[in-house]
Design a protein around this ligand. Structure first.
Ligand SMILES: [Zn+2]
Length: 141
């Protein structure tokens, strides 16, 4: 039993050593992985060679990112990815909050600055003023 524990410990050490100085699982790697999984599921029905190669490419790229040792470069790519997808990510977050608080609140994104605004539900048609940029818009709550 003691030997097993020692073996487990050694394995953990090896893994830590191996991952040290590597990029790890960042947002871009996660996004590629998620897309790869979606493609895999689609391909159960579609059975397309093109989708299969796309899956291999995306999955391979996400693994490459995790184990890459060029951390500054990968960091830059990840930041670029985050800034490019900022608006859609805000919408996804909004939908999640909208669903979570669906019985009490409504959420809107300001058209001017994409600030997220929360309004109590059931107040009828009201004018909402963005606290960040002052933009006004009318919504039914
Ligand atoms: Zn605004």
């Amino acid at each position: 039993m003691d030997k097993m524990r020692q073996f487990g410990y050694q394995l953990q050490q090896r893994l830590a050593q191996f991952l040290y100085g590597r990029n790890g699982y960042d947002n871009l790697a996660r996004a590629c992985n998620a897309m790869a999984i979606i493609l895999l599921l689609i391909n159960i029905f579609a059975q397309s060679v093109i989708i299969y190669f796309l899956w291999v490419a995306l999955f391979g790229y996400s693994i490459f990112r995790v184990y890459s040792k060029n951390v500054p470069k990968r960091y830059q790519e990840n930041q670029k990815f985050l800034s490019m997808t900022e608006v859609p990510r805000k919408y996804i977050k909004l939908l999640r909050l909208q669903w979570r608080d669906r019985s009490v609140s409504r959420y809107y994104l300001c058209k001017g600055c994409h600030q997220q605004i929360r309004v109590p539900k059931g107040k009828g048609r009201i004018e909402i003023r963005c606290p960040k940029c002052g933009e006004r818009f009318i919504r039914k709550t």
